[in-house]
Design a protein around this ligand. Structure first.
Ligand code: SAM
Length: 263
């Protein structure tokens, strides 16, 4: 189609498959009163699909060389910000918009998947949901269940804020150029009922410590904590200190963290 030189360093694998592009935008019920943030529009394949929903759309794209493509498809409800998403002040950029729901939709640049998601959470912009294309292994980690080897601090961090659902896998052949890894699309839905954590600081420190050495059990990783108290909570839930952190559901970490707070 053209002589655009894809930059591997910017994760520029452009999605070519019409069905998958449609499935991504149709994974949430967008209405014209919604505001969508797209990260990394590239040449605009997904952008065009989002525009068809007549939403307000803000796109962040780091690579100015995409400007000719994006300016060509730009519509009145679309704003394109040529900037590194990690440097953006998202809260300020959306402040003049009125909207019912705020969504993030992106075929992410994989080299910064986690920093981007953390940035969105830390920006406190109250997103209702996200549809994100990520590397397949990363999708498995995000959506892992307790007992699975992919279940870890990142799984708990994300599940604390969102209900996570893997929608479908995407073979590498659907991109140009084809990346070395397969991909998957995940739906993040803001938790209506949040976990009742007395102190997020205590909760996230507990998670960090419990998983600090993956192969060690809770007794070893939580040395220095009130192990007697923790053991009694574990026993009540049919676990014990010989279990590893990866076996515990989030609810039990919440119970433990809240008791640590009580003291
Ligand atoms: N949305 C297009 C598609 O689906 O074909 C392109 C997706 S491509 C996987 C990722 C896009 O993210 C590229 O256009 C790349 O230039 C852009 N990108 C990379 N790093 C970025 C950053 N820090 N901030 C904003 N965009 C970035």
């Amino acid at each position: 189609m053209d002589n655009f030189k894809h930059k591997k360093s910017l994760g520029q694998n452009f999605l070519q498959d019409e069905t998958i592009l449609n499935n991504i935008v149709n994974a949430i019920n967008l209405t014209e009163n919604d505001l969508v943030i797209e990260i990394g529009p590239g040449q605009g394949a997904l952008t065009k699909k989002i525009q068809e929903k007549e939403v307000n759309l803000i796109c962040y794209e780091i690579d100015e060389r995409t400007r000719p493509y994006l300016e060509k498809i730009k519509e009145s409800k679309t704003k394109i910000i040529y900037k590194d998403i990690l440097q953006a002040d998202i809260q300020e950029d959306i402040q003049n918009y009125k909207y019912e729901n705020l969504y993030v939709i992106a075929n992410l640049p994989y080299y910064i998947t986690t920093p981007i998601i953390k940035k969105i959470i830390d920006s406190a912009i109250d997103v209702n949901g996200m549809i994100l294309m990520v590397q397949k292994e990363v999708a498995d980690r995000f959506c892992a269940m307790p007992g699975n080897k992919s279940y870890g601090t990142l799984t708990i961090y994300l599940n604390y804020y969102f209900e996570m659902q893997k929608l479908f896998n995407v073979p590498s052949a659907c991109f140009k150029p084809a990346p070395k890894v397969d991909s998957a699309v995940i739906k993040f839905t803001k938790r209506q009922k949040k976990y009742e954590v007395s102190s997020e600081e205590v909760f996230f420190k507990l998670i960090h410590d419990a998983f600090s050495q993956k192969r060690k059990n809770l007794k070893n990783n939580l040395r220095g904590y009130d192990l007697e108290k923790i053991e009694s909570i574990l026993k009540r839930n049919n676990f014990n200190l010989s279990n590893r952190a990866e076996q515990l559901p989030i609810e039990i970490f919440v119970q433990i963290a809240n008791h640590l707070e009580d003291r």
